[in-house]
Design a protein around this ligand. Sequence first.
Ligand SMILES: [Zn+2]
Length: 548
Amino acid sequence: MIDNTSVEQLKNNIDIVDIISNYIEVKKAGANFKANCPFHGEKTPSFVISPSKQIYHCFGCGVGGDTIKFVQEYEKLNYPEALEKIASMMNFSLAYTQGGSDNTEARRLLEQVQEWYSKNLDHTAVSIEYLKNRGITQQSIEHFGIGYVGASSELINFLSTNFLPIPKAEEAGVVAQRERGGFYARLTERITFPIYSSSGAIVGFGGRTITNHPAKYINSPQTKLFNKSQLLYGYAKAKEHIYANKKLIVCEGYLDVIMFHQAGFREAVATLGTALTTEHLPTLRKGEPHIVLAYDGDKAGVAAALKAATMLTESGFDGSVVLFPDGKDPADMIAVGQVQEVANLLRNGQALIPFVIEMMAKSYELNNPREKEVAFGSVKAYLDNLTPIIREAYVAHASTVLAVNPALFGGQTKLENTKARFESTRDDIGQLSIIKTLIENDTFINKVSNVIEPSMFGNYGALLEAVIKGENSSNITGLMLDESIKSMDEEELSRSLASFLFRYYSIQLKSITVDTALPIEKKSFLIRKIKMDVLPRLRRGELVTYKF
Ligand SMILES: [Zn+2]
């Protein structure tokens, strides 16, 4: 493990602006710095970095945190990996504690296991035969480190003869514990594909059965190193080509990736048996490539492409969709030498937004006015999620596809982003100023919680509660950096609390007056209490509260 003192030393020397500007272009704006957010597509900067507070926050998508969090999110690293990355950027040498449970050991174990898997392949004729039949060359086998694992006992033997501790192997996702005790290999009788993080470190394996096991492919389980909803197979090998060619191909499996690379399309990556999710977006955004979704043309493939295309375009990505015809996948076509056809398909993909519009429309019977209405509703909702300029550019296309008058799409009902969260009425600003004051000066927490319950704060109740409890959230960092909300000194705070309470009890008074369920004596008592006691005292600036 990294030594704690050394982590503290590193943290004290970090400059958030320095580190972040290694990744994205930042511009000075008053006391802060601004940039286009790297985590969601935008053209006007809503990503703010505060050197005095050493935090960042995006008012567009809500992400935020400190330097380490940024490096974790941007590079897809876990906490210690991010520390190591930052240390190397700062030429700082971290100290390590002996024998701790850091990831280096698990990773070293994976490297050794990988070496062994890959040697095994040479002695397994049936696997080599399979790979040959799929058209995979010896060069690709080596480039992608394809290997083989046999019976469970062989792996267990390998680990023990090489003094590799079983608990480490479990932590690395290579073995699992039996219910009745003992351990077994997670992958058996499978062709193995090592999986690397985007920075090129081994994190796990995928395996394809050669004995017709019902689960054709299996991946490593979720471990400290292996997060399958973020990882993209082949990314580390594709990275330089993605940056150079400003293109990234997303396909559906290991073999597609390998065959694409083999045929010279070296920008290909695949998700690990999952759909493309927002967790993949930070990796996909690196280098700002044009995204080509290369999926099977079958029902499942089309559905996956529609989902991915919708998410990508709503997040500001540009790209196209290629559906491989007649149940063929890219790997098959390349294996039989149809490289030129594949190249043509890739070149002539359909742009993402028209694809989404047409697929949405296609799933309804447009001759039926009721169905047409539903189709219109879903296409409109989709368009409303795009930025105004992009939306406007596609309204004509959508109205042609649906055969409706473009005027029906009207103006955009939703805002481009959620910046509006903190921009509402004057009352809200009063509440937010109270919360901000507490964030900056926690000695006032008692003063406030003596008279205010989080539930009285309506929409901001949860935020107030988090601040009172000293919790962290991105809404808190957002509020810290929101310059339109001012924090107050004690006198201002008292005034602001009194005026909030005055409004609050005035509203209570109104609702009590019309409450028919309240017994008459109780009702007249409460009305008198609020009218004659609570409100006048608040008006004089006294901080009073009354529990019903
Ligand atoms: Zn953002």
